[in-house]
Design a protein around this ligand. Structure first.
Ligand SMILES: C[S@@+](CC[C@H](N)C(=O)[O-])C[C@H]1O[C@@H](n2cnc3c(N)ncnc32)[C@H](O)[C@@H]1O
Length: 253
């Protein structure tokens, strides 16, 4: 069972309202929509994200394929969905997003409180998150390590934070402190990504733009641009890992 199959495992997805916080490329959303299709009924997923272009929306619908019909994509900040009523949602899928919430003081906890407000009693959040990549003899794992830590270093030049990876224990404490009980959890080992090309190309474009904006000398800028391109080429040639992940099912008590 992969992490996305674990996310929807044993969930009753018939006639339910599901919020996807945040939808990103819709990779995990595909598994939720597929499970809805298999169970039948009239369930609906609303996928929120605060940084989606028209092109991103096309990618989501390409990833969802025939299951697109179950998903509506909306711009929104998942820490503040105040257009939606208390106790109105059955499930929240929060896949690979807490690492970006933990960058801003208080934002992760604010989001968990918002999920608690939105969920019906007995409703659930499923959180998937990354475990920091450790150096390893496998080249595809080294490539993920370099990509992730290079991005952190570039953002640090500007005094910003690319990501913070809270541990499973830290996340569990936050959800328990905010009115959830842990139903089940599982660790997933790193594996080689099937098609890292879209991800590494998007990463490269972000790095290129960030480096060009840095207030540093031209020679250093060129050296960083070359390094970004070396990392991308290594990934295209030798592949890249998905990091280890943990997944937790949390129920509103
Ligand atoms: C790695 S992606 C999520 C992957 C996605 N769950 C999937 O299945 O493909 C993380 C997303 O979180 C979004 N994001 C980060 N902070 C957010 C916030 N406060 N509100 C809404 N979206 C946010 C980013 O724009 C990004 O698209």
């Amino acid at each position: 069972m992969n992490i996305y199959e674990f996310s929807v495992d044993k969930l009753d997805l018939k006639n339910k309202i599901i919020f996807d916080c945040a939808i990103g490329a819709g990779e995990s959303t595909y598994y939720w929509a597929k499970a809805i299709h298999e169970q039948g009924g009239s369930s609906k997923i609303i996928g929120f994200d605060n940084n989606l272009s028209g092109e991103d929306r096309n990618i989501i619908h390409e990833n969802l394929k025939d299951f697109s019909q179950y998903v509506e994509v909306k711009n929104g900040d998942i820490s503040d969905l105040n257009d939606y009523k208390n106790n109105s949602v059955d499930y929240i899928n929060c896949d690979d997003t807490v690492v970006f919430l933990a960058n801003t003081v208080g934002l992760l906890e604010k989001s968990i409180k918002e999920f608690h407000r939105l969920l019906k009693p007995g409703g659930k959040i499923v959180i998937n998150s990354e475990i920091p990549v450790s150096w390893n003899s496998e080249v595809y794992i080294q490539n993920q390590y370099r990509r992730w830590n290079f991005a952190k270093a570039i953002l640090a030049f500007k005094g910003e934070i690319w990501s913070i990876e809270p541990s499973c224990e830290e996340i569990k404490k936050i959800v328990i402190d905010n009115g959830f009980v842990i139903e089940k959890e599982k660790m997933f080992q790193p594996f080689k990504q099937h098609n890292p090309t879209p991800c590494i190309n998007e990463w490269y474009e972000i790095m290129r733009d960030e480096i060009n904006l840095l207030k540093i000398g031209e020679k250093l800028k060129i050296a960083l641009l070359v390094e970004a391109s070396v990392i991308r080429n290594n990934v295209l040639e030798k592949g890249m890992a998905c990091p280890a992940y943990f997944a937790i099912h949390c129920m509103k008590s």
